[in-house]
Ligand binder design. Structure first.
Ligand SMILES: C[S@@+](CC[C@H](N)C(=O)[O-])C[C@H]1O[C@@H](n2cnc3c(N)ncnc32)[C@H](O)[C@@H]1O
Length: 239
């Protein structure tokens, strides 16, 4: 399958599961994703270390969850963010985001053709989205272009892990066997939730992703894995 077709199919899949996406997320992560998201936003705001931020762009924003965490964390730290923008190519995911998040502007668009001006943004985030971007290097270049000098990209992702211990094998079993069944039941779309472990298997390790970020000019600032390596936070800076 060519790249364009592959990307279209991925976006179509998210459109198809949009109505049950949030429920499936909460159930499958047992609510732990809230912690992963909170830590990502909090750490990033600490690193930016500004009381006034012009713009935060959440790419592959889906149903808009991460934007809620950006605002909550910015408010907690007394940081004034002028503009929040969510970008996603799946129109049905964006429809739900618009119902939940009334303080952000939403744009239909892909990471590899980001509808954001050059040097305009302090923070670009992408949570559980970069794995779905077929032209990943193009997307990373776009993040670099849209960020202001010293701006940061914040990636939350299920990176590929080398699972060797018994506990690792249990996690692996759950991801490959239980998750697609539960996700399939909630969404009535087994394939979409089978795609999740398959796409993680095909994805990069954390080190490989950091190397890709560096290859387009970013400087690695911070990374940390959570919950037995299930979720990883990577922060890199435009240099
Ligand atoms: C697993 S969801 C994550 C949504 C949200 N960020 C979250 O944390 O819940 C992946 C999202 O990536 C979006 N997506 C797929 N391909 C994309 C691309 N090329 N550029 C930007 N977003 C894309 C999908 O439409 C979907 O909303």
């Amino acid at each position: 399958m060519d790249k364009v077709k592959k990307q279209e199919k991925i976006v179509e899949m998210f459109d198809n599961i949009a109505s049950t996406y949030d429920l499936a997320n909460r159930v499958l992560s047992l609510g732990i994703d809230k912690r992963w998201r909170n830590i990502g936003c909090s750490k990033a705001l600490e690193l930016v270390d500004k009381k006034d931020i012009e713009q935060i762009v959440d790419v592959a924003c889906g149903t808009g969850d991460l934007l809620l965490y950006w605002r909550e964390n910015a408010n907690k730290k007394g940081i004034n963010v002028k503009k929040y923008i969510g970008v996603d190519p799946a129109v049905k995911m964006l429809e739900i985001a618009k119902q939940k998040v009334d303080f952000a502007e939403f744009k239909v668009g892909k990471a590899q053709e980001l509808p954001i001006e050059d040097n305009s943004t302090e923070i670009i985030s992408i949570s559980y989205g970069i794995r779905n971007v077929v032209d990943r290097i193009e997307a990373l270049k776009e993040f670099y272009r849209a960020l202001k000098p010293n701006g940061i990209v914040v990636i939350l992702e299920f990176t590929k892990q080398n699972r060797t211990t018994l506990l690792d094998k249990v996690v692996d079993f759950g991801m490959k066997n239980i998750l697609p069944r539960v996700g399939g039941l909630i969404s009535k779309n087994y394939e979409a939730y089978k795609y999740l472990p398959d796409s993680i298997e095909e994805f990069l390790t954390t080190d490989m992703l950091i190397k890709e970020l560096e290859s387009v000019g970013f400087k690695h600032k911070y990374s940390k894995s959570f919950s037995m390596g299930i979720s990883t936070l990577i922060i890199a800076q435009k240099w």
